[in-house]
Ligand binder design. Structure first.
Ligand SMILES: C[S@@+](CC[C@H](N)C(=O)[O-])C[C@H]1O[C@@H](n2cnc3c(N)ncnc32)[C@H](O)[C@@H]1O
Length: 410
């Protein structure tokens, strides 16, 4: 037999099925309880039933509970059912009663982004951040993503918003990197650690599914390049997967590796890499510092889609030359900027998406400066975005040495 407050005891134990059953029992006895329906909606959200929650929240409102919190919950649940237009309407109704509700502004931004209205989404996220500064948190990541979308439609508007945001939040890594990407802030030599970590820690759980949808090929292209340079895999190399992410390159490179090490700045990405079970070790570290601290430790270093977070490659090429043994190889991909193919002095450009693009002249100069010879450098398609191929370069470089890459020579 459940009493009217039993649901609270279930909820306190995070027993959401029990809480829902208790609330339904109460509501069967008193179907006019608006707060009962509002509570049931909140419990159904916990149970991952947004459609059921929408019905419950609407019932609470129909019974006269005109509460901005219920409208906010309704809007959020509606978005999770996929009805972004209704979600935006409910969130606007919540904000009409509670204009200072930062979460409602943020979730309105999410709904507007779903509705392909990046300008309005940017405005909503900016209001949310002004009300409750986010300093590199989820709202900052949301605003940065919406600015990238807005830049495709209305570059000037995106630049204005990015410049204002950076002025208001000069310590927010997303504001700083976003302003640089839209050319309204100084361009760093590489994406900052806090930005990279913040971006990929958030992205880690959906990374593989997203890249599968984009037809991402960099790890496979690099494994093929190593096979053509070396021949069939012989499990001979001490091999570093630099910027290993979730470990997508591991399956292709494991057969070549006596020891396979991954390194990445993002703990969440590294956790996925570890979970593959294919690495001997996965370290959480900044790549340049890691390489400098491991002199002559590897026969092969691969970096799939990682140098897009580095501008000029001179320093990282020097660090790779330190970590790779004489005769060893460094294989990587970059995104290609054909406008920069001729002049090695033009700094690589940071694009609106926050990734650097490199030209051939700079690639050659940076590799030569670090003492690498180029075995292969060819144009490749890295993935597709919006149905369009993303042009890149695959580079296989080698440190001159007496034996070439054998894994046996120290
Ligand atoms: C686009 S993902 C590619 C991941 C993986 N290589 C792949 O091909 O699936 C880029 C990865 O590089 C890492 N990264 C970027 N800059 C880094 C740095 N300076 N040091 C270490 N890892 C970095 C990110 O954390 C992220 O996991």
């Amino acid at each position: 037999m459940t009493g009217p407050t039993d649901w609270v005891r279930h909820a306190a134990r995070a027993d959401w099925p029990g809480a829902a059953a208790a609330l339904r029992h109460d509501l069967a006895r008193d179907p006019s309880s608006a707060t009962g329906f509002a509570n049931l909606g909140a419990v159904l959200v916990r149970l991952g039933d947004p459609a059921g929650a929408v019905v419950a929240f609407r019932r609470a409102l129909a019974l006269g509970l005109d509460d901005p919190g219920v409208r906010y919950n309704l809007g959020t649940a509606l978005r999770h059912t996929g009805d972004a237009a209704a979600a935006a309407a409910a969130l606007r109704a919540a904000l009409a009663c509670a204009p200072g509700h930062a979460d409602a502004h943020n979730n309105l931004g999410n709904a507007l982004r779903d509705l392909d209205r990046p300008g309005a989404a940017v405005a909503a996220y900016r209001r949310a951040i002004r009300l409750a500064p986010s300093d590199g948190g989820d709202r900052s990541a949301n605003l940065a993503a919406a600015l990238t979308l807005l830049a495709e439609r209305d570059l000037d508007a995106a630049r204005r918003a990015a410049a204002d945001w950076r002025a208001e939040a000069p310590d927010d890594p997303f504001a700083v990197h976003g302003a640089a990407a839209l050319e309204v802030g100084p361009v760093p030599a590489r994406a900052g650690d806090a930005y990279v970590r913040g971006l990929f820690d958030r992205f880690a759980d959906e990374f593989d599914a997203r890249l599968d949808r984009l037809g991402y090929r960099a790890p496979a292209l690099l494994a093929d390049a190593l096979a053509s340079a070396h021949g069939p895999p012989t499990a001979a190399f001490d091999l570093l997967d630099a910027g290993c992410g979730t470990g997508r390159a591991a399956a292709g490179f494991r057969p070549f590796a006596r020891r396979l090490v991954g390194v990445d700045l993002s703990p969440a990405m590294a956790a996925h890499a570890r979970a593959t079970g294919l690495y001997d070790a996965v370290e959480i570290a900044e790549l340049g510092r890691f390489l400098a601290a491991h002199p002559a430790a590897f026969d092969v270093i691969v970096a799939a889609d990682v140098l897009v977070y580095f501008g000029p490659l001179d320093a990282i090429a020097g660090a790779a030359a330190t970590a790779v043994r004489a005769g060893g190889r460094w294989l990587f991909t970059v995104e290609h900027d054909p406008d920069q193919d001729d002049d090695p002095r033009t700094p690589p450009r940071l694009g609106p998406g926050g990734r650097y693009r490199h030209g051939i002249a700079h690639l050659r100069a940076a590799l030569a400066g670090a003492g690498f010879e180029i075995d292969e450098m060819r144009a490749v398609t890295l993935r597709h975005e919006g149905g369009r191929p993303v042009a890149g370069y695959l580079v296989a470089a080698r440190r001159p040495g007496p034996t070439g890459t054998t894994g046996d020579d120290r």
